[in-house]
Design a protein around this ligand. Sequence first.
Ligand SMILES: NC(=O)c1ccc[n+]([C@@H]2O[C@H](COP(=O)([O-])OP(=O)(O)OC[C@H]3O[C@@H](n4cnc5c(N)ncnc54)[C@H](OP(=O)(O)O)[C@@H]3O)[C@@H](O)[C@H]2O)c1
Length: 209
Amino acid sequence: MKIAIIGAGNVGGTLGKGWAKHGHTVTFAVRDVNDPKLQSLLRDAPGAKAAPVAEAVAASEIVVLATPWDANEAALRGAGNLAGKVLLDCTNPLKADFSGLAVGYTTSGAEMVAGWAKGARVVKIFNTTGFPNMANPRYAEGPVVMFYCGDDAAAKADAAKLATDLGFEAKDAGELAIARLLEPYAMLWIHLAMKQGFGTGFAFKLMKR
Ligand SMILES: NC(=O)c1ccc[n+]([C@@H]2O[C@H](COP(=O)([O-])OP(=O)(O)OC[C@H]3O[C@@H](n4cnc5c(N)ncnc54)[C@H](OP(=O)(O)O)[C@@H]3O)[C@@H](O)[C@H]2O)c1
C-alpha cells in the first residue's frame, strides 16, 4: 500500500520502519524534508522517502496521523484534499500532564479528527499501546491485541491488514464513536506505564473462551 505518515516521531517513525520492511511504499510527510533527524529514520526504513505533507498525502492511499494532539488540526489543514483517503488516527487527546483526556468522554479525538479531515475514511488504531510495542508486538504469550474502530468497512480492512503486517492481533471494536472507549483505554496503558512503574515492556492481550 502507498502510505503517507504525518509525524515522523516515535509512533510515525516506528510504524513507517515496520511497513517499509514489509514492502509497503512509505512516505514520511514532514514539515522540513532537510531535518537531520530524518536521515537515520530513512536509513532504517528501506525504500521510504520524505516529502512535504501535502505532496506525500496526494501520492498515497493511506494517511497516518501521528502528531501531538494539539498539532492535529493544523497538520490536517496542511494535508490538502483528504476526501476518500483512508486516515488512520493514532493520536490521543492527552492533557499536557497525562492526567486524562483533553476532550472529555462525551466525544473523542477521532470524531474531532473526522470533522477536520473532510471526506476522509477515518479509522482509530495504533493509539492503545506504546511505540516500543509497535516495533515488536510479539510476546511469549502471543501477539499484542490492537483494537480499531471506524465507520467504513473497507478502510477498516486496510487498517487491520497493516496492523497484522506488523504482528498485532487486529480486532474490530465497532464504529468510529467507539474511540470514546479506545482513547480512555489508551490512558490506562499510559497510566500503568508512567505512574504505576510498569515501564513500556508490557501489553494487553485478548483471551476468548
Ligand atoms: N509515544 C507513544 O508511545 C504513543 C503511543 C500511541 C499513541 N501516541 C500518540 O501518537 C501521537 C504522536 O506521538 P509521538 O510520541 O510519536 O510524538 P513525537 O515523537 O513528538 O512525534 C510527533 C511528530 O509530529 C510532528 N509534527 C508536529 N506538528 C506537526 C504538524 N503541524 N505537521 C506535521 N507534523 C507535525 C513532529 O515533527 P517535528 O519534528 O517537525 O516537530 C514529530 O515528527 C500523539 O498524539 C500521541 O498521543 C503515542
